[in-house]
Ligand binder design. Structure first.
Ligand code: NAD
Length: 237
């Protein structure tokens, strides 16, 4: 299962998993058409998929989503908590609504989705949570986002300790600047500054993140747990 898989990084993860012969639950909140497109693309690759609507910030909707997943696939091998949003403002100007929206969508979703998914997750399974380099370093204008992404790291490390006895690995992936709808409105000047401090001198593509997620989901990563792996062109180095 990949949350927020209708576009951007989530879409790329869903497709890379399918290329590796894995069936995918494509979670989406609003973009039904895009989610259906992802399902069609996965089927063309020879894997099975369903699109399931659920707002990850709503516990009840996540619970209903897992009922659908249980009926279709019976169990889960891999959970990728990817869905996330931004609502940037300097802290002095940030409203309570902006704070709550980002924490509910990015961090409380970890509880809502994982709590409901865990009874379906097989032993030897994988949980991969999409954090951000902002959760490690912080960023101007992103106290809500940074807090949510740092929270994901603490959640990941603690859950890894709890689920080790079931051989379930739990890791976080921390992307740098990846070219998606989320980052398309960052100003030219700011992008130039970020590029200057990125050793590999390019921004990431959703596939750069997806390749790491597929590795962490594979048998080859079976001795890696509780880690935060950056995929950021060296930005955080
Ligand atoms: P995006 O905006 O292209 O995609 C986000 C996805 O999450 C969309 O499919 C959206 O519909 C879904 N989503 C949002 N709110 C939801 C909700 N309440 N319920 C269900 N789905 C919901 O952004 P992206 O760049 O692909 O981001 C994916 C993840 O990667 C996010 O968690 C983001 O914070 C993280 N990330 C992105 C970057 C970057 O530079 N793009 C960097 C670091 C981390």
């Amino acid at each position: 299962m990949v949350t927020g898989a209708s576009k951007g990084i989530g879409r790329a993860i869903a497709i890379e998993l399918a290329k590796n012969k894995i069936n995918v639950v494509v979670n989406y909140n609003k973009d039904e058409k895009e989610a259906v497109n992802v399902v069609e693309e996965i089927k063309k690759l020879g894997s099975d998929a369903i699109a399931v609507k659920a707002d990850v910030s709503d516990f009840g909707q996540c619970s209903a989503m897992m009922e659908i997943v249980k009926k279709k696939f019976n169990s889960l091998d891999i959970l990728v908590n990817n869905a996330g949003i931004l609502s940037d403002k300097t802290f002095e100007k940030m409203t309570k609504e902006q704070w709550d929206l980002v924490i509910n969508t990015n961090l409380n979703s970890m509880f809502n989705v994982t709590k409901n998914a865990l009874p379906l997750l097989k032993d030897n399974g994988r949980i991969i949570n999409i954090s951000s380099v902002i959760g490690i370093n912080g960023n101007f204008g992103q106290t809500n986002y940074a807090a949510s992404k740092a929270g994901i790291i603490g959640f990941t490390k603690s859950l890894a300790k709890e689920l080790g006895r079931r051989n379930i690995t739990v890791n976080a992936v921390a992307p740098g600047l990846i070219e998606t709808q989320m980052t398309k409105n960052i100003s030219f000047v700011r992008k130039k500054v970020i590029m200057e401090v990125t050793p590999l001198k390019r921004f990431g593509m959703p596939e750069d993140v997806a390749n790491l997620v597929v590795f962490l989901a594979s048998e080859r990563a079976s001795y890696i747990t509780g880690e935060v792996v950056c995929v950021d062109g060296g930005l955080n180095f």
